[in-house]
Design a protein around this ligand. Structure first.
Ligand SMILES: C[S@@+](CC[C@H](N)C(=O)[O-])C[C@H]1O[C@@H](n2cnc3c(N)ncnc32)[C@H](O)[C@@H]1O
Length: 236
């Protein structure tokens, strides 16, 4: 990350509720209602436990690796189900330095084996753009492109089975909620791939629909009235 590069390290603070906060975007990294958002909105919203239980190999594509909270929720689902396989690909414009990532997770206090496995693999993921998270018998390959929205997604050549859209609030983070980003997600998602996000903003729904995703509103998590789930249409 050179000086001219718009990518820069995360500027991380803490909200009054003890939730990691990005002053540059005036938003929290996950719901003020709790860390469970990762499981309820993204893992359950993508039906991952059932899919893993059927022995599926699921590649997750996530906009905004952030703290790895959603990735960890998926890895815990894999460990609980004990079947199927996972891989994870994500983009991030403001990566956390490893020391900050460690500190954040110490402070969040989960400290389970999945967290430890992620913290061990994270420096290599950051350096090399790929690393494996090893938890018991499970090996979860991870890829990371450090860069901005659609341009970062263009670096990937993969078939995603589950898309996690987790930018900061759309109005404050347009670089992750643009027609160009949706078009890249549609390019990378296989027909039938699922999509999950915490927001139900009208512009997001319309943009995803235009890009080739069928989207539906579901009851939201915590303070949010609604969220979206969806899937990639076969016909573009
Ligand atoms: C809500 S947080 C993601 C939380 C994360 N999914 C987790 O599970 O911890 C949004 C993330 O998107 C990143 N981001 C913001 N704008 C971006 C952009 N234009 N391109 C790539 N990443 C971006 C932020 O730095 C932040 O880490």
């Amino acid at each position: 990350m050179g000086r001219e590069d718009p990518a820069h390290e995360a500027n991380l603070a803490w909200s009054e509720e003890g939730v990691p906060f990005a002053p540059d975007y005036d938003d929290v990294y996950y719901s003020r209602s709790g860390l469970e958002q990762g499981d309820l909105v993204f893992v359950q919203g993508s039906d991952l436990p059932a899919r893993l239980g059927r022995g599926e190999a699921v590649t997750i594509l996530e906009t905004g690796l952030g703290l790895g909270v959603n990735l960890l929720a998926a890895v815990r689902a894999l460990a609980e189900v004990g079947a199927g396989t996972l891989s994870h690909a994500s983009i991030e414009l403001h990566p956390l330095p490893p020391a900050t990532m460690n500190e954040v997770h110490r402070r969040l206090g989960r400290g389970d084996e999945a967290t430890e496995a992620f913290l061990i693999a994270y420096p290599e993921l950051l350096e090399e753009g790929e690393a494996a998270l090893r938890l018991g018998d499970h090996v979860v390959p991870m890829r990371l492109v450090i860069g901005d929205g659609a341009a970062a997604l263009r670096e990937f050549d993969l078939r995603a089975d589950a898309v996690f859209l987790d930018g900061f609030a759309p109005a404050r983070n347009p670089g992750l909620w643009s027609p160009e980003v949706y078009a890249e997600l549609a390019r990378l998602a296989r027909p039938g791939a699922t999509l999950a996000t915490y927001t139900a903003a009208g512009a997001v729904r319309a943009g995803l629909d235009r890009a080739g995703f069928e989207v539906e509103r579901r009851e939201g998590f915590g303070l949010k009235r609604h969220r979206l789930v969806g899937w990639r249409r076969a016909d573009g």
